[in-house]
Design a protein around this ligand. Structure first.
Ligand code: GCU
Length: 634
């Protein structure tokens, strides 16, 4: 059922994608096969598989007019522009002076990957467009099985060549994709060339205008991943709401059909054997062992899970827990839950971030939430963060809101844009379905109500429910302000609220509005009473070190701290409030923020500065969460 319907709807997505918004898709490169959630390989938990990490020094060359993608009449470019060719340019031109190449990646500047080019050199600080990357690597003879080339993510549209042969292309800046490389690889020296185009268009997801920096480039690891001929491409092992352990796995390869498979969780002395069907899919359930310790932020218990099939050993570290809503309450493992959170962008602490999320960077950020703020929850905004981050949340014990960048003004009536969004959502969910930390999938942020928008988002909501019936679905919504009311009075009028499990509101009363901070506690929130409410955003900018003892001046630490005090006082008076993720943990780059005294290209709503300096409001929220934690969920 699932894969059939998954395959069908993502094929729809793939079809739509073919004519998508990225510049690359409007060129001869569009003929390259497109990697999507429906096309092989998915390689779930590939980061735990045998393989070769291709991080390190790569050569790069900018291509602002995309001359390596299309000739001057849009045709296939001349040989002299084909950056992916498996040729030694200097040698070829030295041997025959009629030969002309107008690039030579092997002798172009070097950059360390992964990491966005924005932080690589000052010249590229604001470059948006196409960049080519190339490196060589050696493969030992005698390879067995299959080899895949897997990307954690590349922003935004990517084309991939190996030894001069096209492997394929991908669209979307925040989700994994992979290509089979078994036949294109050769023993000894290999050459890989990748074109990454960060340019956003009206049809891309997200669209050009956001409130964060568009970090172009290969921002997550590139790996060669080894598997046997037949391997476990996707596996999902979880606790269902009725306490059953359920497994669903998909094998790919010549021996995938009717193949014996075995699930094992050693620490629980659990073994479950079965056989795949004709499609290579296996589904089974069993009563969860009594000894199973459920995952929670207080006790983030993970188990080593293996799935054996023929020569393949798939493995993952998985926590088992249930999350549900009952009326306005959130229940984790059947117990009432309050989400003590904060929002966060995928940007490491430092003065010149490159969107490089190493395990250490992830722990530094999440540690500030868990131990610094006494938090149990993080909103990973506004796009899928690295799997390094969601694995760290699993290990540390932080609940996660995971989101796709359907943000502000998306082209709601463009089928290609919908296909792109559907595919991103599927890639994200299929990557992280085994992450205990992830409890909420969000389909959008601050999107204007319209028929086309409602239909677009309802498609994403139903895709989410089809792919994962164990988590909650939400979206960050806006509310209507009653201008005539004496006190701040907001009403949720968004028709999408009816389709969601968790109602989430972004509010900036007292920052983007003229409200006095003293008016905030008296605010009136007219929201449905039968669903949990979360404040997915509220916040105020403060420049670390800028002070105004009278707490009145915007951008001062004192104003931000007072804003938090008053907003939290308000929050305590909202009966159905079951969580919050104030905006935001850390100051982050945003081209929209250009006040020379206070912003300098940074959104300063962080509770810590870009270099990690805590502002006064940090302690205000930390104390509030300590009190919340002490009195239990509410
Ligand atoms: C919005 C938006 C964020 C933005 C924030 C702000 O609500 O969702 O992406 O950064 O407000 O204005 O600071």
């Amino acid at each position: 059922m699932r894969y059939g319907s998954l395959g069908r709807f993502v094929c729809l997505a793939a079809a739509g994608l073919a004519a998508s918004g990225a510049a690359l898709a409007q060129s001869p490169a569009a003929r390259l096969p497109l990697a999507t959630a429906a096309t092989e390989p998915l390689l779930v938990a590939a980061d735990l598989r045998e393989g070769t990490d291709l991080s390190g020094e790569w050569r790069y060359s900018i291509d602002p007019y995309r001359s390596g993608i299309a000739g001057f009449h849009g045709e296939t470019p001349d040989r002299g522009q084909q950056r992916w060719l498996d040729v030694d340019v200097r040698k070829a031109m030295a041997e025959d002076n009629r030969t002309l190449f107008e690039f030579d990646l092997a002798h172009s500047p070097a950059a360390q990957l992964p990491g966005s080019w924005l932080a690589a050199t000052p010249e590229l600080r604001h470059y948006q467009g196409l960049v080519w990357y190339q490196r060589s690597f050696t493969v030992a003879p005698g390879r067995k099985g299959r080899t895949f080339l897997r990307f954690g993510a590349a922003n935004y549209a990517t084309v991939v060549y190996l030894n001069g042969q096209p492997l394929g292309r991908h669209e979307g800046g925040f989700t994994p994709f992979a290509f089979e490389a078994t036949t294109a690889l050769r023993d000894g020296e290999n050459q890989i060339t990748i074109g990454v185009d960060s340019a956003a268009t009206a049809a891309t997801v997200p669209p050009p205008v956001t409130d964060w920096e568009n970090y172009g480039g290969i921002t997550r690891e590139v790996r060669l991943v080894q598997t046997p001929e037949t391997y476990v491409d996707d596996a999902w092992v979880r606790l269902t709401r009725d306490g059953k352990l359920a497994v669903e796995a998909r094998l790919r390869g010549p021996a995938a059909a009717n193949a014996p498979v075995r699930l094992a969780i050693g620490e629980l002395k659990l073994e479950l054997a079965g056989k795949t069907d004709a499609m290579g899919t296996w589904r089974a359930t069993m009563t969860a062992p009594r000894a199973l310790v459920r995952w929670s932020p207080e006790q983030p218990r993970l188990y080593d899970v293996t799935l054996s099939a023929g020569d393949d050993r798939w493995r993952d570290r998985i926590g088992f827990r249930t999350i549900e809503r009952r009326g306005p309450d959130l229940l984790l493992n059947g117990k009432p839950l309050f989400l003590r959170g904060i929002s966060m962008h995928e940007e490491e602490i430092g003065a010149n971030p490159a969107r490089i999320i190493t395990p250490a960077n992830a722990r530094a950020l999440l540690g500030e939430i868990k131990t610094g703020l006494n938090g149990n929850y993080v909103r990973l905004s506004h796009y899928p963060h690295s799997e390094v981050m969601t694995r760290a949340a699993d290990e540390l014990g932080l609940l996660v809101w995971s989101e796709v960048p359907v943000y502000w003004m998306v082209a709601w009536d463009n089928p290609a844009t919908l296909a792109t969004a559907r595919n991103m959502l599927a890639e994200n969910i299929l990557r992280d379905r085994n992450r205990a930390s992830v409890v909420i999938w969000s389909v959008a942020n601050e999107t204007p109500v319209s028929e086309a928008r409602n239909a677009f988002l309802r498609t994403l909501v139903s895709d989410t429910r089809r792919l994962d019936d164990t988590r909650l679905v939400s979206a960050a919504l806006l509310v209507e302000r009653d201008r005539a009311a004496a006190v701040p009075t907001m009403t949720m009028v968004d028709p999408l609220a009816a389709d969601l499990d968790v109602l989430s509101i972004n509010t900036y009363n007292g920052w983007y509005t003229q409200d006095r901070l003293t008016d905030l506690p008296g605010s009136v929130w007219r929201v449905p009473a039968d669903k949990p409410l979360v404040f997915s955003e509220f916040g105020a900018d403060a420049k670390a070190g800028f002070h105004s003892p009278d707490r009145q001046q915007k951008f001062s630490e004192e104003f931000q701290a007072e804003f938090y005090r008053k907003t939290l006082e308000m929050a305590d008076r909202v009966p159905t409030l079951r969580g919050m993720s104030p905006w935001i943990l850390k100051d982050f780059r945003s081209p929209r923020r250009q006040n020379p005294d206070f912003q300098q290209g940074w959104n300063r709503k962080g509770l810590i500065s870009e270099t990690g300096v805590r502002k006064q409001a940090f302690a205000v929220l930390a104390d509030y969460y300590a009190r919340k934690a002490a009195v239990g969920a509410r």
